[in-house]
Design a protein around this ligand. Structure first.
Ligand code: SF4
Ligand code: SF4
Length: 438
């Protein structure tokens, strides 16, 4: 039996373009551009200056803020610039530019760690020092998530749903690096002192099941759980409901429902840290969409400009109308292909003009499809209308802040209303009002 949640949609998953494409290693670029913000939380400050020689994996930026993650050199070479540059989120962010010397000279402090000889505090500290963040896209610092969940949870969930259309990077990791995912799950088990981890994988990736089973421990401490293929199955709250039957209360975190969720590549990053000592310096990225000549899955250094990923895929087959970092449902629109791959980058998608349909006169025909689709059981059409009227009291009453901005309501709407955009502005109104009240 496959597990799932209430609501959701079944868009064309578009995974056929890259699902069979083995991960290809992209040569390290001549320069990497490393923004001081690659995560949720406080930005880092540079620890190096222009002219410094840096080693592969050397920590080059950090902060004492509790919610943040340090940044490491993804190539060895020379720091040539520290200056504001265009970030994938569209803003200008302080970046460290390193000219690659193509030596990949590792930082002397890097060495493997034996989790069996470390305390939980030491393991969490190692994860922090390695700059590991959520690799599912949100990029929340992993050590912060672990600290907030320690002694509070009884369920560790590994998220292999990868429900966003077109993206197959996690699927390829499950097929090509199953021992890393399982190894990371074992380390998390030890850290939390629990007996069981649930690894949820959507049924459209079921050919990964026998591959994974070869690495699962005999004691059944890691349970492989099939998930119904449905969007947004990989959203944290939907995954928790599917695998445990628990609902995260409104305004609360997964730990309040006794759960901690880690993406499969986050688990793999934890494994790699302990196996090799190497911090986060690379990502596996799906490059796909109708405007990409030859879609691929690429292993790239963090900081690689995305035009180089696109070039490695044969360039654009025609000028794209839309360029995204992340999936078509929840990814962010890019204003340039010169921004770098950051720690949360799991996909670069480019689409042709004819797929980006917008309605001239959007109108609600009161069909109720958005209500049926909403995985958070919200009333998107009401929230949208109250956002237009800037009615904060009603926006609060309709739990607007619970919206996870999954886009399912917009996808099903026959009236072509820009529901998510409207709801997003409603969330901002509520947040601003609450700030004022403090
Ligand atoms: S975007 Fe928000 S309101 Fe729309 S379906 Fe997703 S959670 Fe519901
Ligand atoms: S799906 Fe669109 S048209 Fe149907 S009720 Fe919701 S907003 Fe109105």
């Amino acid at each position: 039996m496959a597990f799932t949640f209430k609501g959701g949609i079944h868009p064309d998953d578009g995974k056929r373009f890259t699902a069979a494409k083995q991960i290809e290693l992209l040569n390290a670029p001549t320069h990497v551009v490393l923004p001081m913000t690659m995560h949720i939380g406080a930005p880092c400050a540079p620890l190096v200056k222009v002219g410094d020689h840096v080693c592969l994996g050397q920590k080059i930026a950090d902060t004492e803020a509790p919610v943040s993650a340090p940044i490491h050199a993804s190539v060895s070479g020379t720091v040539t610039e520290i200056a504001p540059k265009l970030h994938p989120n569209g803003s200008m962010v302080q970046c460290i530019v390193i000219e690659n010397d193509f030596q990949d000279e590792p930082d002397p402090s890097i060495h493997a760690l034996d989790p069996d000889t470390l305390t939980t505090d030491e393991m969490v500290a190692a994860i922090r020092e390695a700059g590991i963040v959520g690799h599912g896209g949100a990029a929340f610092p992993t050590h912060t998530k672990i600290l907030s969940a320690l002694n509070k949870i009884d369920n560790i969930l590994i998220n292999g749903a990868e429900c966003e259309p077109y993206i197959t990077s996690d699927y390829r990791i499950l097929l090509e690096y199953p021992w890393e995912v399982v190894g990371g799950a074992k380390i998390l088990l030890r850290m939390f002192g629990l007996n069981e981890v649930k690894l949820g994988v959507e049924m459209n990736k079921q050919d990964a099941f026998p591959v994974l089973k070869e690495y699962l421990p005999q004691d059944e401490s890691i349970k492989l759980c099939p998930l119904t293929t449905k969007y947004p199955q990989g959203a944290e709250k939907q995954l928790i409901y599917a695998l445990t039957g628990r609902e995260v209360p409104s305004g609360k975190l997964p730990a309040d429902a006794g759960c901690a969720v880690f993406n499969v590549d986050t688990a793999a990053a934890i494994y790699r840290l302990f196996a090799t000592g190497m911090p986060v310096i690379r990502r596996i990225v799906t490059v796909a969409g109708s405007a990409i000549a030859n879609p691929k899955n690429l292993e790239v250094r963090v900081g690689t400009p995305i035009d180089q990923l696109i070039a490695a895929c044969g360039g654009f087959s025609e000028p794209p109308n839309k360029l995204l970092m992340g999936g078509p449902m929840m990814g962010i629109s890019l204003v340039s292909d010169e921004v770098p791959v950051i720690k949360g980058t799991n996909a670069i998608l480019a689409f042709c003009k004819n797929e980006c349909v917008t309605a001239k006169n959007p109108v609600c025909i009161r069909c109720g499809k958005c209500l049926a689709a909403c995985p958070m059981r919200l009333a998107p059409t009401y929230i949208y209308n109250y956002a237009l009227k800037r009615n904060v009291a009603e926006l609060e009453r309709y739990n607007t802040l619970d919206c996870i901005e999954c886009g399912a309501c917009t996808y099903v709407c026959p009236g072509k209303l820009p529901l998510v955009q409207g709801i997003r502005s409603g969330k901002q109104l509520v947040t601003d009002e609450r700030r004022k009240r403090k």
